[in-house]
Design a protein around this ligand. Sequence first.
Ligand code: ATP
Ligand code: MG
Length: 140
Amino acid sequence: MTAERTLSIIKPDATRRHLTGAINALLEKAGLRIIAQKRLRLSRQQAEDFYAVHKDRPFYQDLVAFMTSGPVVVQVLEAADAVALNRRIMGATNPAEADEGTIRKTFAESIEANSVHGSDSPENAGQEIAFFFSDDEIDG
Ligand code: ATP
Ligand code: MG
């Protein structure tokens, strides 16, 4: 099977608590290769654009404020079936509903401050990777 890529974001609640290494360890243990990674602070415009799909949801403004409240780590992960594998390792959006051993069950603070983002389809993964990375920044 050919390798697939997905976009991951370690969110501000996790960088604030110095969990980047612990989360990366879980990703790598699951077989996801971190083939690109950078730490940055999202501008308001970037956060609004990235989560534009949610712009009519009641939590949108809070989500944008949260995502710009501290640094994030954006990363490209690669594996066979990387999108679904990463979503499985992340756990449910609401940590109270996430399976034991998942990143969100282990680390998330709330349904909003839930430590990680992961693309939800291969199509969105391609768009989200291009949102943050140029081809020459990705070490396949
Ligand atoms: P992500 O897209 O960040 O990987 P997800 O796909 O599990 O998360 P989405 O429905 O796409 O969940 O929601 C995007 C993000 O918006 C969530 O990860 C969370 O940070 C926030 N969010 C979702 N639902 C709520 C809610 N009911 N209240 C507050 N924040 C929410
Ligand atoms: Mg989502």
